[in-house]
Design a protein around this ligand. Structure first.
Ligand SMILES: [Zn+2]
Length: 246
């Protein structure tokens, strides 16, 4: 590769090249590979990032983003609007919209089901914000969760659903995989008899580009346990979902 395309990676310093000078993303990737871990766009990798490295990773993304703007032939030197865009985009990706890849799962207290609830509970609609893995275009939508607890189930506080949903959605996602990740997580946390999730979302890659269809919306659902076996329970959930998809 020609030196022209070399990225000045902040944090690398001016010392002689060596492994310590490798971009921090290389060090994190090496750890993931050693551990045999998958690091797809919607995987969480926080446990392979050491303290202080996220800051340096954000600087690396900003440096690489500057080269993307330059490749788009945007004059980031004199265009006051884009002078700071690389830094802003890096912060947005690493700390905000894709932050669910880099931070641990939010702490969620589970309560024993002391009153032995075994009635259908429905949570939602909870707003979901994500971006598609294919185009990095926003996905905006809503999700509903139905839980059928049993005596052994753990229960989680209402506000915790939103925090877990946000953690899963703040990654480049595919709606079908996002809803499956969410189901796996809630299943593991609560061990309910049944779990039902419905997600409805607008995909901006369909509206802004491609077919430019501003009315297309994708709805998908996952039914597990008693919701899968019991058609009446499934119907009850779908009819009681507040403000559900039409
Ligand atoms: Zn897309």
């Amino acid at each position: 590769m020609s030196g022209k395309f070399q990225v000045d990676l902040a944090g690398a310093g001016g010392t002689a090249p060596g492994i310590a000078d490798a971009p921090v993303s290389d060090r994190i990737r090496a750890r993931l590979e050693r551990a045999g871990r998958r690091f797809h766009a919607n995987d969480n990798i926080h446990d392979c990032i050491e303290p202080g490295e996220l800051e340096i990773l954000q600087q690396e993304v900003a440096a690489r983003m500057r080269t993307v703007l330059e490749a788009l032939v945007i004059d980031i030197e004199s265009d006051h609007n884009t002078q700071d865009t690389a830094r802003r985009v890096a912060k947005m990706y690493v700390r905000e919209v894709f932050g669910g890849r880099y931070v641990p799962m939010p702490a969620v207290t589970e309560f024993p089901n002391v009153s032995l609830l075994n009635e259908l509970m429905i949570v939602g609609p909870v707003t979901v914000r994500s971006a598609c893995s294919h185009h990095f275009c926003p996905i905006m939508g809503r999700v509903w969760v139905g839980v059928m607890p049993n005596e052994q189930s753990a229960l989680i506080g209402l506000s915790k659903y939103a925090r877990l949903i946000e953690w899963i959605m703040a990654r480049p996602q595919i709606q079908e995989e996002a809803i499956a990740q969410l189901a796996d997580l809630l299943q593991e946390k609560m061990q309910p008899d049944g779990l039902a999730i419905v997600m409805e979302a607008d995909h901006f890659c369909m509206q802004w580009r491609g077919v430019r269809d501003s009315n297309s919306r994708m709805t998908n659902s996952i039914m597990r346990g008693s919701f899968l076996k019991d058609a009446n329970l499934r119907r009850e959930f779908l009819s009681l979902m507040p403000d559900g998809p039409k």
